[in-house]
Design a protein around this ligand. Structure first.
Ligand SMILES: [Zn+2]
Length: 287
């Protein structure tokens, strides 16, 4: 099956047809956030990058110094990042009862910020930081405030460092950086803090996967949006949909791992913002 191009009337019409039987479920990946200025490091034209190793993070203080220094600068630059038309279209489609919810591989919080209510974050949320000793959860902004208190002048000196694709930054001279630890709630803690994100080599918590499965189970179609399906969890959800025999649509810039599967009823090549906005208006949902 050769893909339809985003923006083609036939592409929108075929996609809209999948909603005739009831609400759909949506699985999103990095491709939906590229229009918000967050690069997709699996996509074309971006330099290859090694995903963060959680083992190194836990075992190595120097690695944690580099991590928090990079996070500090990345956060300065990403403060202007906002949901795009694709996120907004999904939020409106949910409010109109056309989709049951969004399952996302992204950790950028943009679905919630755009107004989506039911969001299953398979890989966690990068704005949440959790303590490994007492389990307290803090916002990234809180922890970076503590970073500034411990490292006065650091953010100003490094404000122009190069930004890496996931909002991190390449910062040098981090040997003297002091890493913030958990202040504790009530009683002092001092525990190691980490992002509440599922890193490479870690597994999606069973309760989270089961929430995603429920959305797929209750859906009459599954839309795969801005993902090449390189992640195993996405594949497992696709298999659930195939077992139920519901139609699958793939909207992505560039090839995906599932393009040739019989279960894919609609394959649209191109941008997600454009395609989802057109879908919303075809379904009479105002964006
Ligand atoms: Zn703690």
């Amino acid at each position: 099956m050769s893909p339809l191009q985003a923006g083609e009337p036939q592409a929108t019409a075929e996609l809209a047809r999948l909603f005739a039987e009831g609400p759909a479920a949506v699985l999103t990946g990095a491709g939906i956030s590229t229009d918000s200025g967050i690069p997709d490091y699996r996509g074309a034209g971006t330099p290859p990058r090694t995903p963060m190793s959680i083992a190194q993070f836990m075992d190595n203080e120097a690695y944690r110094r580099r991590f928090w220094a990079g996070a500090r600068i990345g956060f300065l630059r990403s403060s202007g990042v906002a949901p795009n038309a694709g996120h907004l279209a999904l939020a409106r489609l949910e409010a109109a009862g056309r989709i049951g919810g969004v399952i996302t591989q992204n950790v950028d919080d943009l679905h919630r910020r755009s107004g989506s209510r039911t969001v299953v974050e398979l890989h966690g949320n990068g704005r949440v930081i959790r303590c490994l000793r007492c389990g307290a959860r803090w916002s990234r902004a809180d922890v970076l405030g503590w970073f500034d208190d411990l490292n006065p002048g650091f953010a100003e000196r490094n404000a122009h460092a190069e930004i890496a694709p996931d909002g991190d930054a390449r910062v040098s001279g981090t040997e003297r950086v002091v890493v913030p630890s958990c202040p504790g709630r009530g009683a002092p803690c001092g525990g190691l803090l980490r992002p509440d994100v599922v890193y490479f080599g870690e597994t999606v918590p069973p309760a989270v996967f089961s929430a995603a499965e429920t959305l797929v189970r209750d859906a009459s179609a599954l839309l795969l949006v801005g993902t090449s399906l390189a992640v195993n969890t996405g594949m497992r959800l696709l298999h659930r949909a195939e077992r139920r025999g519901i139609p699958i649509a793939v909207i992505n810039r560039g090839p995906t791992a599932v393009d040739r599967r019989d279960s894919v009823a609609v394959r649209i090549e191109g941008g997600t913002s454009e395609t989802l906005s057109a879908l919303a208006s075809a379904l009479d949902v105002r964006v």
